[in-house]
Design a protein around this ligand. Sequence first.
Ligand SMILES: [Cu+2]
Length: 428
Amino acid sequence: MMSRFIARVGLLVLPVIALLTAGCSEADLKVRQSTFDAKGPVARMQYDIFMDSVYLVTVLFAIVGGLLVYAVIRFRARPGDENKPAIVEDGHGNPVTEILLIVASIGALVFLAIPTLKGIWYQDDVPEDRVPAGRLSVWYPRVEGGVENYAEAVKDQVLEIDVVGKQWWFRFEYPQFGLTNDGRRSVPNELVIPKGVPVRINLRSEDVIHSFWIPKVAGKVDLMPGRRNRMWIQADETGHYYGQCAEFCGDSHAYMLFRCEVLEPADFARWVRAQKQDAPEPPAGSKAAEGKALFAAKTCAMCHNVSGHFGAGAFGPDLTHVASRKSLAGAWLDNRNPEAQRAAEAAAGGNTEASAPVDRAVQKANLIRWIGSSGVLHAEAAEPTRDVKPGNRMHYYKMFNVAGLNETKTKLTPSELDALAEYLLTLK
Ligand SMILES: [Cu+2]
């Protein structure tokens, strides 16, 4: 009788467990934004706290669930119970049990609170023992003809990066290297950091509240208007990581991604050096040169900086090195060939941190798709273009509050669009 009951319960429960655990293979943990695949000390600390609470909750579940099952079996109706009263008389509490329960609850909360509070403090700022003593030139090997004052800039300090949230993209600034928006040298959408080096992250917002989160490396702290928040990150392996705004911030919040590129320190130094270069002059008479002229004529330069060419715009992403980036438009559009990317990941054993190089054709298609959205194309376009990111602030003239300007929309012909894309492709 009893064993038949257990068999029936088992028949019901086993498929449910199988279903629930079906998503728990190792490959599933390697997905792009997985907190289970921690790749740095901060992410590992967060993972540990999560597992502490999983263990605690599992024990509680086993105790409460066990008592419930016991009671159901032990006190169920049996033949011959018809004459017993339907409702059992109330008990009057058991002080010992109640006090024990209160003590156990407090114990459980303290068990969780200790690692949680330690973690909050740990994440707030780079711990003392991680700030390297002496010159950082050991950490950032000088490269041949390296960045001037490179080691000087970060001497006895940690690398410091300002992260600024905007609707709907992230801007990264490296004040130690003069890569700032005020200096017309910021880096949009792709955060580049050296491997194995602690990085202090200063977070602020230029509009609404956003949140900074790279699930495999660290997260998630809000970017608040009028306030400077702080945390630190460190990645222990090179690769291409995926980040995401984690606080609802308006129309295109879901498209507000960013990428984090972790490089060997020497490659990082080379990258910094490349960022400091001005844009090259396109050859006279080329399609790109035509595009450069259009960049001014079609008001693009009003919002976008291109160092060496245009220096007025500071509202939109800096485009000086737009063609060197693997993504576009809040990192929503991927400039890599999807097939090559799948192959690169497969070759790395399913690891999404492996990355194919930028594919020029895909990149050009993305540029055209992006610039041609927001209804800027002339009617002669074959199909009406749709917005890649709803509500995006490109071609958003209202914000300038200039009389009449909000009715004027830039119009582009497909040929002009092509020239603009060719110009931007020269900005490596
Ligand atoms: Cu956001």
